[in-house]
Ligand binder design. Structure first.
Ligand code: SAH
Length: 393
């Protein structure tokens, strides 16, 4: 029997609107002492059932798994994975020859707060961001194998850096089902080496797939700078799109190795591409005005609300440098993946940068995360990636 978590009077409002988090401040008392990662029942002050979810010590105390009074068992995980997989088939990213790289589970967006699963070929890379998902990892891995119609054969678990340090779970990265050294994934017909062992996140930024396709469409004949290139996703698409020159820049030497490998995999010996391990601000200061297509896809500048102001200044400073140097008639793809930076915040930061440069700037596209990173309508915090495509006169 799950332990009951009693909320304070009136604190059930957000749950009635299906918001999946319960903050510790909303809790009145608990029957017994649940272990971190246990499933608990959340009830109102009057004892009325509200939700079941994973218990954790911290500001978010319960992450809701269901608003029905059910048992969280193998059938539960199977159903959630099946629904998520069917959705990826429906939107055309799973089960095709052209593309075997996609996000299968996107946390709250798939009603599984604390769980991220990206698929690369036959391997699912799974990350737990909550203790509960760590505790249930084996049942989830089984569901990934049984509910994806043969799409997933191996499950690599990679939660060393995503779980709360204090929980002291002694987790390790490694295969928990199957095992495969084949780490080449296909995204829209292009091949990528995925380094799920040491790479950032699950090894690749799956969330830029649609935006990379749009970039490809604009690349013909252009001289491109892909700043913060990481594995070089945008660069590889630009090469296929017929760019005249592609320069990839990242401060990490490891990233530069990866981008070179990925270019070699798709366009062996093609002299149009070069990669540089350099700091973005230094490179932008020192570079000339040769580029007429620039991508700025930096890491999150703000991880918490307190750093929002600083982050916005950072986005303005970065974008101002691109506006200053981009060729007349140039196109700028600029992004923010900070969840605490809203679409309006970001647009204002880029607006300030444009104004500093005095250039005439038009918005061509407003970009966001793709359909395999869905936003749960009851959890607007799930919206994080935003971008602008700008035409600079
Ligand atoms: N555009 C990439 C994802 C970018 S992730 C893609 O499509 O896959 C952000 C990258 O910025 C990381 O690879 C990180 O190494 C790099 N980075 C962080 N700080 C940097 C800096 N000051 N200058 C250059 N690169 C930086």
């Amino acid at each position: 029997m799950y332990k009951n978590v009693f909320l304070k009077k009136g604190k059930e409002e957000s749950l009635k609107r299906f918001h999946p988090w319960i903050f510790s401040g909303a809790i009145h008392h608990i029957d017994g002492e649940p272990e971190e990662g246990d499933v608990v029942r959340v009830v109102s002050a009057e004892g009325k059932f509200l939700a079941v979810g994973h218990w954790q010590i911290g500001s978010i105390a319960v992450r809701v798994l269901s608003f029905s009074d059910i048992e969280i068992n193998a059938a539960f995980w199977e159903e959630r994975v099946r629904v998520a997989y069917n959705m990826r088939c429906a939107i055309g990213v799973a089960g095709t020859e052209q593309n075997n790289t996609y996000r299968l589970i996107h946390g709250e967006g798939d009603c599984l707060p604390g769980l991220v699963v990206d698929v690369y070929g036959k391997t699912a890379v799974m990350q737990a961001h909550s203790v509960g998902m760590h505790v249930d990892r084996m049942a989830i891995a089984d569901a990934l194998l049984s509910q994806t119609q043969g799409a997933v054969e191996h499950v690599y678990y990679k939660s060393e850096t995503t779980l709360p340090f204090k929980a002291n779970l002694g987790q390790e990265n490694g295969f928990i089902r199957g095992g495969s050294a084949d780490n080449i994934a296909v995204e829209n017909g292009l091949k990528f080496h995925i380094d799920w062992l040491k790479g950032q996140k699950t090894g690749f930024f799956v969330d830029q797939r649609d935006n990379r396709s749009l970039l490809e469409h604009y690349a013909q004949g252009r001289a491109l700078l892909n700043m913060f290139c990481y594995t070089g996703g945008f660069s590889v698409y630009a090469m296929r799109g017929g760019a005249r020159l592609v320069h990839s820049v990242d401060s990490s030497a490891k990233a530069v190795d990866l981008v070179n490998k990925n270019i070699e995999l798709n366009f062996p010996g093609d002299p149009r591409h070069q990669a540089f391990a350099e700091d973005a601000f230094k490179y932008l200061d020192a570079m000339g005005d040769q580029y007429d297509l620039i991508i700025l896809d930096p890491p999150a500048f703000a991880k918490h609300k307190d750093s929002l102001k600083q982050a916005l200044k950072g986005y303005t400073r970065l974008n101002a440098k691109a506006f200053e140097k981009i060729q007349p008639g140039g196109i700028l793809f600029t992004f923010s993946c900070s969840q605490v930076v809203s679409k309006d915040n970001f647009r204002t930061a880029v607006f300030s940068a444009a104004a500093q440069s005095g250039r005439r700037v038009r918005i061509l596209h407003q970009l966001h995360q793709p359909a395999d990173h869905p936003i749960n309508i009851y959890h607007p915090e799930g919206e994080y990636l935003k971008g602008l495509v700008l035409y600079v006169e």
